[in-house]
Design a protein around this ligand. Structure first.
Ligand SMILES: [Zn+2]
Ligand SMILES: [Zn+2]
Length: 617
């Protein structure tokens, strides 16, 4: 019998408690406990050390500080400091991964900006993807709620997210267009339109005394066989007469040679498939592919078909494009899933999330027969209009297995060679090279990518003639300085952002703070270990859960509480595992932690650290 044992870790890394000993040793000694408290509150933590204090004075130099997005794809944010002014480009977040258990999102570290918030004049947001706007609700107040500037759709997306946090400050947000010039302190900002997968994507130009600092944002090019269209040429022609001091640019796809296929070809491919499919057509794509979603709905209407929308993020984005008046279709074209039965199957196109095999998204639920309203059959066609994100290969394979087990026909991006069903939003090497040649910067910094991607982008810049000393490959928090009246590029020895900030529930903290908070909870409210044994076939408990607790309540006198907790655990496990195959242990553990913590808080007004251990056999 094989057993899986997984204990939930709340802390980011096993930072050894130093002077005050481990929490388990503390639990019997009230004397030590108060010592621990004393040390936690009075010992200076790293967060109390000023980061600006470590830097030389700015003088007449310009500082460019990527605070996130240059060691990963995600949490993009760059600050530019010149004279008395700081401006910020993008404020994204990154979803957590295996290396960050116990947190929800990773954010750029804004310590330097918090210390210098009196100098912040503006935040410019290039487009509405979460790796560019996701940090705003958590960070904007920390940096003094400066004005935000972006295009219309982006502002709607930002406001929509802010509504989910009603306790937060009201944003000071403004729409800008190509012809606008925004004065920000002694600097000025201009904008240009770029092609990406979401409408209203823009590049930003910051005018400084020594020339322009340019960030086009996430870009690809619309082109015909490698020749950019006239519209692209016109947009980038603004650089003909500009003196560009510094360019930072997207490195996501720099490794791929040539030009990526333009979205236009995908639209043509989708039109052919929507037109020719008999039976229901279910299209799985990224909810962030706003342009494609608009096109799919328009094409469906053109061929007299109705569109059903499945998945929370997809629904929410369609609501947004409606609000932005970017969806020019009749109201009756989008129908609810209940109305689906009123139409013959070949009049139905469904848009669904989950093409990456995400556990709880619409497509996955259809595939494992746990979707309330969608039962797949042999006459259905499923189009996966997405690439497979590295790391998701086995989840996507599982999805395809489950879908085809139900007899549905599957089309994905490699099924039919001559028809395009997906294209990326990030330009390939050929496109980036063309953009470099239009902008002709004096200095260059690759951004938006892992270190390796940035290095490949550096190579590209050298290949087209830039010299090594004019290129900087940064890490998160690197302080890049332009000195000597715009003539010398250098980096400072100290960084301004070492660790990311993390979002854990509703709180934003340094990673060390999360660890410290756990230790604090252990020393104050103890811990509560739950051992659950699940039958992996049925998802049911094999026996009543075992509970071990330290420093929380005296168990022998709390039999009632324990009994009620056991019932809650049973309910949580069985509700979570219902229809789930295979069982996602992490998800089960997260739900146990949430439900039990809430219950214990209600009953005892204490917050012990709840540690579920789930055994499956
Ligand atoms: Zn993007
Ligand atoms: Zn991005």
């Amino acid at each position: 019998m094989k057993k899986r044992i997984e204990a939930k870790k709340r802390s980011y890394s096993p930072i050894k408690p130093s002077g005050n000993g481990s929490p388990s040793k503390n639990r019997r000694s009230s004397q030590k406990r108060s010592n621990a408290r004393y040390k936690n509150t009075h010992r200076p933590q790293s967060k109390d050390v000023s980061v600006s204090g470590k830097l030389p004075s700015l003088e007449n130099n310009i500082r460019i500080m990527p605070l996130g997005g240059v060691e990963e794809v995600g949490r993009n944010m760059t600050a530019i400091e010149c004279g008395n002014d700081i401006v910020i480009l993008d404020m994204g977040f990154q979803f957590r991964d295996e290396s960050t258990p116990g947190v929800d999102y990773l954010l750029p570290n804004t310590k330097y900006l918090e210390e210098n918030k009196h100098k912040i004049r503006a935040v410019f947001i290039t487009h509405g993807h979460l790796d560019h706007i996701g940090g705003i609700p958590y960070l904007i107040d920390r940096i003094g709620n400066p004005p935000i500037y972006s295009r219309s759709l982006t502002t709607i997306m930002i406001n929509k997210r802010q509504e989910e946090f009603p306790h937060l400050v009201k944003l000071n947000i403004h729409i800008v267009e190509n012809e606008d010039v925004i004065k920000v302190g002694d600097l000025r900002a201009r904008f240009f339109s770029v092609t990406h997968t979401i409408p209203d994507s823009m590049g930003v130009i910051i005018e400084t005394p020594y020339g322009d600092i340019v960030n086009p944002g996430d870009i690809k090019l619309d082109h015909v066989d490698g020749e950019p269209t006239d519209k692209e040429k016109e947009e980038y022609s603004i650089f003909k007469n500009r003196n560009v001091l510094f360019l930072m640019a997207d490195s996501t796809n720099v490794e791929n040679p040539g030009f990526s296929s333009p979205e236009r070809l995908v639209h043509e491919g989708l039109e052919q498939i929507i037109k020719d499919t008999s039976g229901r057509l279910i299209i799985g794509t990224f909810a962030s592919q706003i342009e494609r979603i608009i096109k799919i709905i328009e094409i469906s209407e053109k061929y007299g078909k109705k569109v059903v929308v499945e998945g929370r993020s997809m629904k929410s984005n369609i609501e947004i494009i409606r609000k932005a008046e970017m969806l020019k279709v009749d109201k009756s074209t989008i129908i609810s899933v209940e109305e689906m039965e009123d139409y013959p199957p070949d009049k139905i196109v469904a848009l669904a999330t989950g093409a990456q095999g995400d556990e709880f998204a619409a497509l996955m639920r259809m595939s494992n027969k746990t979707h309330k309203n969608f039962t797949l059959n042999k006459r259905d066609t499923i189009l996966l209009s997405s690439s497979v994100i590295p790391g998701n290969e086995s989840a996507v394979m599982k999805l395809k297995d489950n879908l085809s087990r139900q007899g549905a026909k599957i089309i994905h991006y490699r099924s039919i060679e001559e028809i395009h069903v997906h294209s990326t939003g990030h330009g390939y090497r050929g496109e980036l090279e063309w953009v470099h040649k239009q902008i002709r910067p004096k200095f260059f910094m690759p951004i938006h990518g892992s270190h390796y991607m940035l290095r490949v982008h550096e190579r590209l810049a050298k290949d087209i003639g830039m010299s090594e000393e004019n290129i900087v490959v940064p890490d998160n928090g690197t302080v890049v300085e332009i000195r000597d009246g715009g003539n010398k590029l250098t980096t400072l020895p100290n960084k301004v952002a070492e660790d990311p900030l993390v979002v854990d529930g509703f709180s934003v903290a340094n990673i060390q703070d999360v660890v410290i908070r756990d230790r604090k909870m252990l020393s104050e409210d103890g811990m509560f270990v739950i051992i659950v044994s699940i039958n992996v076939k049925t998802g049911k408990l094999k026996k009543s859960p075992d509970i071990i607790s330290r420093g929380f309540v005296y168990l022998r006198e709390s039999q009632d509480l324990l009994q009620q907790t056991r019932l809650i655990i049973k309910k949580t496990v069985e509700n979570t595992t219902k229809g789930m195959n295979p069982i996602n242990f992490d998800f089960v553990k997260d739900n146990i932690t949430d439900d039990v913590s809430r219950f214990l808080l209600q009953k005892t007004a204490k917050r012990p650290v709840v540690i579920p251990v789930v055994l499956g056999s």
